[in-house]
Structure formats: C-alpha cells, structure tokens
Design a protein around this ligand. Structure first.
Ligand SMILES: Cc1cc2nc3c(=O)[nH]c(=O)nc-3n(C[C@H](O)[C@H](O)[C@H](O)COP(=O)(O)OP(=O)(O)OC[C@H]3O[C@@H](n4cnc5c(N)ncnc54)[C@H](O)[C@@H]3O)c2cc1C
Length: 325
C-alpha cells in the first residue's frame, strides 16, 4: 500500500503554529490528489491538547506528549518522529521551514537516510510524489523538483498555502512516547526571545514596510506611525536590515520572511525580485515611491508616485480621523 503523507507540526503557547495548520491543509490536499492518506503529527509538551484544534483542518492527528525539558525541542521531536516513521512507514514528511522545523528536518534526514527538498514555496502532487516549487539563484529562477523514490522530506515555507478548516475534522490518536536513544546532546545554554510584537509579522493582516527610501533609522518613524494607525506591523527590506536601521525579524523576502497580509504598503521600496518573492501573494499591494519607473510599480495594485515623508503622515492622519482617534 502506498505510504502516508505526514505533516510534522510544532506547538507554540499550547497551540499548533500557523505553519503547522498550513501543513495540515497542504497534506490533506496532497492526499486528495494522490489517493493516499494524510496525517498530522504533533510531538511536544501539550501535544494532545493542541491536537484538538489541529484536527479541525482535516487529517487525523497523531499526538505524542513529550516534554523536552532542557534539551533542544527539535531533537526531542525528531527522535519521536523517526521512531514513529520506522514503525508506520509513511512515504513523505512535510516539515515547516521554521527555525525548529529546519533542525527537525535535518535530523530526520540523517536518522531515516531520506532525501529532502528545502524551502518549498509551493507543493503539488505530480505523478507518484510531491513536486516542490523552489526559488533559486537569488530568486531569478523558479524550479520544480521531485523526490526520487517513495520516501522523502519536503521543507515548506510559510504561506505556501492558506490554512483551511475541513468539513469533517480528523480523529486524534494519542501515542505514548517511544523509548529512544537520545541524540547526541546539544546543551541549551540560554534562550533569548526577540523583543516586541514583530515576531507575528508572518501572521499580520496589515504590513507597512519601509525600504532604503526612508533614509535612515529615524525615517522608520513615519512607517511605524502608519502601521500603528492601520493596526498593522512594520516590515522591511534586506537593504535596511543590513544597514542596521531595523532588526532582522522585520525582513521580508527571499532571505527573510514570507508574508501574506491582506494589505501590504511598501514605502521607499524598489521591488527587487528577492523582496517580491516574500510578499507578492499579499492581497492588495500599495507602493509609495518617488520614482515612477520603480519595478514595484509592475506588481503593485496601486502606485503612489511621491515622497513618502509627505504622503505617509497624511495617510496616517486620514486613517486616524476616519477611526475617530
Ligand atoms: C541572495 C540575495 C538575497 C536577498 N534577499 C533579500 C530579502 O530577503 N529581502 C529583500 O528585501 N531584499 C533581499 N535582497 C536584496 C535585494 O536585491 C534589494 O537590494 C533590496 O530589496 C533593495 O531594498 P530597497 O528596496 O529598500 O532599496 P533600493 O533598491 O535602494 O530602493 C529604494 C527605493 O526607495 C525609493 N525612494 C527613495 N527615497 C524616497 C522617498 N523619499 N520617497 C519615496 N520613495 C523613495 C527609490 O526610488 C527606490 O525605488 C537579496 C539580495 C540577494 C543577492
């Protein structure tokens, strides 16, 4: 019998992450296209509880409650997934391209001796396996790649699909933690949380992003003001992150985050391909640029030609006035 397609999930604050929900929807779609069975697998502290909401996305959920303690979370997850995979023989694993997800996928590759396709921006079923769409050569080419054989891992970027609830929720199977040989120890010496709410940039419905056109770190004040007025968050290009004007957590694009807000305001951003690949699927893209020929005009829904320092404060004031504040 053809092996199952598993979506390997992650838990944050007791809930499956958004990427985990997206993988569940993706696995369900691949299963429908291939006639195989999809399953979500959640490993971690509180997996059984988190499985309740993950099951709403369709595939049945395997939940393994394991507390990583002071060990790296990724190692604890990979050990259990590898044990389950040896036991139940799935064919394909979808793993999220998050920090922990990449670690989990790397460990699973070594433990299962499976190949992996990394950083997939889209996955569909083609022939007898998943086909991953990947952006290469600095975003200049988009490739379609296939795993050889009937086993492999696909590491999927956020927003490759939109998470959707299924008409019929999946069942939850609670599995006891397997007794495993712990992976060689990596000792966690410290955990540092990045300050501020920017961490939620991938989930924000509204993003106001600034590029080199803001002129310096202080120039972000007008960007922040509009983001606040709209109830959104601040994004940025790599150029300004590299310049040290704002932190990496805000970076959107090929080497930053992939976002899909309903509204993306790009202020002083030229629209380089490496930025475009991280935000092109946004609902409505509004660009503010003083160069009428800036490439972003080719894919923005609305291009306002002018100086961002004149335009943004006026838009912020108009939004606030409309909101009565
Ligand atoms: C391997 C690789 C990976 C990369 N990854 C990323 C990535 O993840 N994300 C990313 O963003 N980039 C990435 N880049 C860099 C990318 O190629 C561009 O250099 C970068 O996106 C440009 O940033 P920018 O638009 O802020 O700056 P610029 O290209 O310099 O554009 C600034 C824009 O601001 C406009 N402007 C200037 N002043 C004003 C004003 N007062 N009012 C209005 N408009 C104004 C200008 O007309 C111009 O269009 C990567 C590059 C490589 C090679």
């Amino acid at each position: 019998m053809a092996g199952e397609i598993w979506a390997v999930g992650e838990i944050a604050d007791g809930q499956p992450t958004r990427l985990t929900r997206e993988l569940a929807t993706l696995a369900a779609g691949l299963a429908a296209a291939s006639g195989r069975t999809a399953r979500s697998v959640l490993v971690g502290a509180g997996a059984s509880a988190a499985a309740e909401s993950l099951a709403a996305h369709g595939p049945d959920v395997l939940a393994v409650d394991v507390d990583a303690g002071d060990r790296p979370v990724a190692a604890a997850i990979a050990e259990q997934i590898a044990a389950l995979a040896r036991d139940r023989q799935p064919s394909f694993l979808l793993v999220g391209a998050s920090n922990d997800g990449r670690d989990v996928a790397g460990m699973l590759q070594a433990m299962l001796d499976w190949g992996a396709l990394v950083n997939a921006a889209g996955v569909r079923w083609q022939g007898d396996g998943p086909q991953a769409e990947m952006s290469v050569f600095g975003g200049r080419l988009v490739t379609q790649s296939h795993l050889a054989g009937d086993h492999g891992i696909v590491i999927v970027r956020p927003s490759a699909v939109a998470a959707e609830e299924a008409a019929q929720p999946g069942a939850i199977e609670r599995v006891g933690a397997a007794a495993v040989e712990p992976l060689p120890a990596v000792r966690v010496v410290d955990r540092i949380s990045e300050a501020s709410a920017v961490v939620s940039i991938e989930e924000a419905p509204i993003i106001v992003a600034g590029g080199r056109g803001v002129g310096g770190p202080d120039g972000f004040a007008v960007v922040e003001e509009l983001a606040e007025a709209l109830g959104g968050v601040v994004g940025a290009t790599r150029a300004v992150v590299d310049a040290g004007w704002i932190g990496y957590a805000h970076q959107i694009g090929q080497t930053g985050k992939t976002v899909k807000p309903s509204l993306y305001v790009a202020a002083g951003i030229s629209g380089a391909i490496q930025h475009k690949v991280g935000m092109q699927t946004s609902g409505t893209i509004v660009a503010i640029n003083r160069d009428p020929d800036a490439p972003i005009g080719e894919f923005a829904d609305l291009m306002v030609v002018g100086d961002l320092f004149e335009i943004l404060p006026r838009v912020s004031a108009a939004v606030r006035a409309r909101r009565g504040g």
